[in-house]
Design a protein around this ligand. Sequence first.
Ligand SMILES: [Zn+2]
Ligand SMILES: [Zn+2]
Length: 352
Amino acid sequence: MSLPFQEIHGAVHLHTTFSDGGVDIADLIKVSTQVGLDYIVVTDHMTLAAKEKGYEGFHGDTLVVVGYEHNDHRRWNHYLAIGTTTVYPGQQDPQDYINGIKKAGGIGFLAHPEERRHYFAHFPPYPWTAWDVTGYDGIEVWNQMSEWVESLKRWRSYILLLYPRRFLKRARPALLERWDNLNRTRFVGGIGGVDAHTFRFGVGPLALRIFPTKVELKGVRTHLYVPNEWRSASADVARRVVVEALRDGRGFISHFRRGDASGTEIVLYDAEGILILPGKADRIPALPARFKINVPLPSEARLLRNGRIVDNAEGRSISFVVKEKGVYRIEIYRGRNAWIYSNPFPVGTYPF
Ligand SMILES: [Zn+2]
Ligand SMILES: [Zn+2]
């Protein structure tokens, strides 16, 4: 059966030499096309330089979207602003820049909200602290960089330096719990972030380049379901399609190290046979409804309802029947490691 949408995958939350990243924009784009990403979202700190210099748009088959990362005056409360054409001037109050970015037509995600770092004094944590804010579109539920730095305290660092992605086992449970709780009152989308900095340890000829760009881009990815014709439209329309799909949580997050999740299907069919994609609800599904999951590799799928696991099954083609209202999402594991997190499927009306 042919579906009216296709699944595309990209890397979100990338830094370049326009702020504190270690790679220049042209090299980042080159590697992104080489590894076959459909889109990337560049988010340098407090600058849209990549956009101003004309890098937004298609480069080969890769769409480059330029947003930026906002922070408060203490350099906390990092916020990924996407789809806006200006850098909001205020740096004081997170609610102020959330509102300002939205007013300017942008969307936004709380970046690495549960970040904790203990190991290196020169990589301090930049957590989200202003949890009373409203109006943001989603949160970064899996951040490649902060998970890696956090794991340094637990593992022999030389192994980590050689195999940085091996240690991304799962998203942080406390953050997933927070995400589930937020989704019981309104839709809050999730994205996976790379937070690529490609920075170096040490100085001089022995300096190790951590996370070379190609490795960074073969890690946490954000997959989106978009209309089939998205690429044939103008770059501006394609960019809008990607920004809206991110805003609405129209997809899932994967970790490439556990397997290429391209082609994964995680959808819901309601009692009337209507197809429902993950993300913000366009309609309330009629019950009973059935999840249909197809993954390219054998794995274990878990069904969560209001943050609790209510069913699980193994295989490549899995279905779960749901009879109760609630906000559902799917987690897919390979062995003990998380591979895929779907965005939530609200089934019913808020609050749950
Ligand atoms: Zn940040
Ligand atoms: Zn960042």
